[in-house]
Write a protein that binds this ligand. Structure first.
Ligand code: SF4
Length: 81
């Protein structure tokens, strides 16, 4: 799972940080740091709660990132004897 951060929407309420300070990092002015956040398996509930607590909808939960995995090793090999 991944949290997509929409920095332009952040208004510095720090509600995400209040829910999960280990997941949501803020700058010195209380605004979320740029960059998507990869969430570890055991922190997904906390991360979802933090994202939902944002009144500006600056935090988007992306649960599809794992489903996009396409193993290259599964491709059929050609030209082998
Ligand atoms: S992402 Fe939302 S809750 Fe977190 S600091 Fe920004 S506005 Fe506040």
């Amino acid at each position: 799972m991944r949290i997509i951060v929409h920095n332009a929407k952040c208004q510095g309420h720090a509600r995400c940080w209040a829910q999960a300070p280990d997941i949501f990092k803020l700058d010195d002015n209380g605004y979320i740091l740029p960059g998507d956040i990869q969430v570890a398996e055991g922190e997904q509930l906390l991360a979802s709660q933090g994202a939902r607590s944002c009144p500006e909808r600056a935090l988007e939960v992306d649960r599809t990132s794992a489903a996009r995995f396409e193993p290259a090793a599964m491709q059929p090999r050609t030209g082998e004897a």
